[in-house]
Write a protein that binds this ligand. Structure first.
Ligand code: NAI
Ligand code: MG
Length: 352
């Protein structure tokens, strides 16, 4: 039987509450589809560890992950630790070292979920944000000068490379072609005069390889407004690291709750493990109460199975998510219900 080695990193807060449900779902579908998953859980790679030992993960952390087929992560972040430390101490090093340059974030308005947006009818909104995940605005190049003095300053350089933009744009065109859909490129080349005109040029250049994909570019400010006013018009959106980050939370909110949204950090060449994680963070405001919505983590696990080559198993998972929302009124509080994480997971498992 094919066996896949999965690294689990629950992290902090509700990250530790949503990974066990994802694992239960994975175990159920893998049995049915005739493959096996084995897990190594890195339970102490977290802010708690940082507070005790000064590091989010051990020094050889990346080497320990390297031999796995995929990584499933909950969330990191704790009110006592600055967010840039938790992010740059764990998540960002994994994304970069393993060349996970595509951050794929599918968004759907499911039947049975009320979108806060009136025009977002169930079934009509089904889009994917493809976020560049290793460069762009999230760069280490820059610095601080004259700390604490009146002329204190901070400089941070955005980095856009031909290789980095080309590969993520190619991925997005390929995805749009496979969906028979359209591609929208998020830009701001009116205000940002060097990097984003370069981005636009590369999108136009790569479009030549996909003559059947209709594409357009939109400035990020107008795109943000249109995503609220008319979300159904979008199919695949490709965006730089920062724009993609913001757009995917916005789109997740349009879909009803950030608790549902999944993400795949992909190394499309499969030289390294890819990483799957819900879009949401550690939610300290509800952590420890057992009421976190597990669907984002469960759907992320589904994306993982798709990446491992088990599309049918992955579709079982999205099917169960759709049917728990459409056919029951069991919901966690973020979706207006009173169910616990455990009750919601049980109901989904029964439907699965
Ligand atoms: P957040 O996503 O943790 O929470 C935002 C709001 O959404 C909160 O009111 C929370 O209760 C709610 N929420 C999020 N996920 C939910 C779920 N599954 N079920 C029900 N409600 C849910 O974002 P926030 O508050 O900006 O960040 C909290 C911490 O998480 C910070 O330390 C931040 O740096 C970290 N973070 C980590 C991420 C990651 O590990 N990938 C991503 C985003 C934030
Ligand atoms: Mg984000």
């Amino acid at each position: 039987m094919t066996t896949y080695r999965i690294a689990l990193i629950p992290g902090d807060g509700i990250g530790t509450e949503v990974l066990p449900p994802a694992r239960r779902v994975l175990d159920a579908v893998s049995r049915r589809h005739g493959f096996r998953l084995t897990y190594t859980s890195y339970d102490d790679w977290s802010c708690e560890r940082y507070l005790c030992e000064g590091a989010m993960m051990p020094e050889d952390g990346l080497d320990r992950l390297r031999g796995h087929d995929a990584i499933l992560l909950g969330a990191v972040g704790h009110p006592g630790v600055p967010d840039h430390i938790s992010l740059w101490g764990l998540l960002i090093p994994i994304r970069r070292a393993f060349r996970q340059y595509v951050n794929l974030r599918p968004i759907r308005v499911f039947d049975g979920v009320d979108s806060p947006v009136r025009s977002a009818a169930p079934g009509a909104v089904d889009l994917v944000v493809v976020r560049e995940n290793t460069e762009g605005e999230y760069s280490e190049i820059g610095g601080r000068l004259h700390r604490g003095l009146p002329d204190e300053l901070a400089v941070q350089e955005a980095v856009f490379t031909r290789t980095g933009v080309t590969r993520v744009v190619d991925y997005a065109f390929g995805l749009a072609a496979g969906r028979g859909g359209r591609l929208t490129s998020a830009t701001k080349s009116n205000g940002i005069v060097h990097t984003l005109p370069f981005w636009d040029e590369l999108v136009a250049e790569r479009s030549a390889g996909h003559p059947r994909v209709a594409w357009e570019q939109e400035h990020i400010d107008a795109l943000a407004a249109k995503l609220v006013l008319d979300p159904a018009r979008y199919d695949v959106i490709v965006a730089s690291n920062l724009f993609g980050d913001i757009l995917s939370d916005l789109a997740a909110a349009v879909a009803g709750s950030i608790g549902i949204a999944p993400a795949a950090n992909l190394n499309p060449e499969r030289e390294f493990p890819s990483m799957f994680e819900p879009v949401h963070g550690s939610a300290p405001d509800i952590a420890g109460r057992g009421i976190a919505n597990p669907l984002g983590a469960i759907w992320s696990a589904g994306l993982m199975l798709d990446h491992l080559g088990h599309r049918a198993a992955s579709e079982d998972i999205t099917g169960a998510i759709a049917s728990v929302l459409a056919t029951t009124d069991v919901r966690t509080p973020d979706l207006g219900g009173t169910a616990t994480t455990e009750q919601f997971t049980e109901t989904l498992l029964e439907l699965l």
